[in-house]
Design a protein around this ligand. Structure first.
Ligand SMILES: Cc1cc2nc3c(=O)[nH]c(=O)nc-3n(C[C@H](O)[C@H](O)[C@H](O)COP(=O)(O)O)c2cc1C
Length: 179
């Protein structure tokens, strides 16, 4: 089982990446093969609606191929102005529903503020329903991201840490059920 994560931050030292790693490590412990695509390290061009998508640079084809070959996804975004990042939305615009159809998706939001990233996870749920995927119902989010992590990149809040670990387990369980 292949699980691909897409971290929607352009920040190399990303808190979103850290929390996604918790979920992916948990999925790996359950036997999945995991890979993280951190958009900060994947300089995708802007989607420009050209007629011939084959003329996009190679990195676009690699990105689409990894998503198409995945059995399930983990998708995380920092909350930017109450929603997902532009970089993440741009990456989705290269995708088509046929690459996501019937695949479970674990969704994660990360907010600098104290209210969590509710709008971000709701937006991701909508997008993945539109892409014919199965967003998992539990979509935990991190608040106060600048002080949420310990030095070893686990979450200070042990119950929240457990929710992200369980999300990885649930994703593997659901992927097996749907196969
Ligand atoms: C342009 C911009 C807009 C932001 N808007 C919000 C916001 O609406 N709500 C919020 O709680 N945090 C907001 N933040 C803070 C980020 O969500 C927070 O710093 C997050 O941890 C960044 O994730 P990253 O470390 O993975 O890049 C914003 C940050 C930036 C740079």
């Amino acid at each position: 089982m292949k699980i691909v994560g897409i971290a929607g931050s352009m920040n190399v030292e990303s808190s979103t990446k850290k929390v996604m790693q918790i979920v992916l490590d948990s999925a790996k412990m359950e036997g999945a093969e995991v890979e993280l695509i951190h958009l900060a390290e994947w300089p995708l061009p802007l989607y420009d609606a050209r007629n011939d998508a084959s003329t996009y640079p190679e990195i676009v084809h690699q990105f689409v191929k990894k998503v198409a070959e995945a059995d399930a996804l983990v998708v995380g975004s920092p909350e930017y102005h109450g929603t997902i990042t532009g970089a993440l939305k741009n990456s989705f615009d290269f995708l088509e529903g046929r690459f996501l159809q019937g695949k479970p998706v674990a969704i994660i939001g990360v907010a600098g503020g104290s209210m969590g990233a509710t709008n971000t996870v709701n937006t991701l749920q909508l997008i993945f329903r539109n892409l014919h995927a199965y967003p998992l119902p539990g979509s935990p989010s991190v608040s106060n991201s600048y002080k949420a992590f310990t030095e070893d990149n686990t979450l200070q809040d042990e119950r929240l840490q457990e929710r992200f670990v369980n999300l990885g387990k649930e994703l593997v369980w659901m992927t097996k059920k749907l196969k």
